[in-house]
Every structure is written in C-alpha cells, then in structure tokens.
Unconditional design. Sequence first.
Length: 134
Amino acid sequence: MPKTLVVKFTANFERNLAEIEQFLSASDAAGAYDDLLDELVDTVIPNLERFPSMGQNFLSRLVGSQETSEALVVLRNKLAALVADPDGLREYVMQNYLVLYAQIRDNIYLLSVRHHRQLSFDFESHWISQSQAQ
C-alpha cells in the first residue's frame, strides 16, 4: 500500500483562511466559511493525500504578457530550489475556491486559497514570509 502523504497548511494559507472568513462575515455569509472548512477536511485533504497530482499544473497556463512570462521564470527558479519538479505547483479547483499547493517529498503544502471573487494569488508576500521563517 502506498504511503499516505501528509497535508500541511502554510502560514500564508492560514492567513488566506482568515481573510476569507472576514470577507464572508462582511457579506453575511458566515455559514459559507464553515462549508469551506468542511470541504477542506472532508474532501480536499483526503483527495490530495491519495492523489497528489490531481490538481492542474499551475505553471502550464498560457500567459498573455511579457511581465507574466518573466514572473513565471522567477517563480520556476524559486520552486526549483524547493522541489525536485518545479512543475509540481498545482491548483485544486473547488466550487467557489482555488487552492494552490505543492508536494515536497512526503508532504503536501497548501500554499494559498482564494475565493473566486478575490483577485489573485499573492506570490511575492508568500516568498517574503517563507524567507523570514527560515
């Protein structure tokens, strides 16, 4: 039987959850936050433990600008320092959320989560917080 991977939350992921909770509370949709947590625990985490490559390769997206192309080169280089497969940055698409994650050895790190109404993943602040933690 294959070894089960361990799913871990990063500090950035936890901050994102707090932001989503505030966003949903301000929108009088506090129950939706509980639904998100339930889906993470009951579906997303078990799926990723068993099928870590199930998410779409985040870096395989077509880009529409030179700035984005250059940013992806920088991101790939940073990932190469952490993971054997820099294409291992993946996104798990939920009904109302996108979860960004990466497998590093026997762990799956949940890097970021965004409600579909939120703008984008904030890579720069993630890298800053990661470098401060080291």
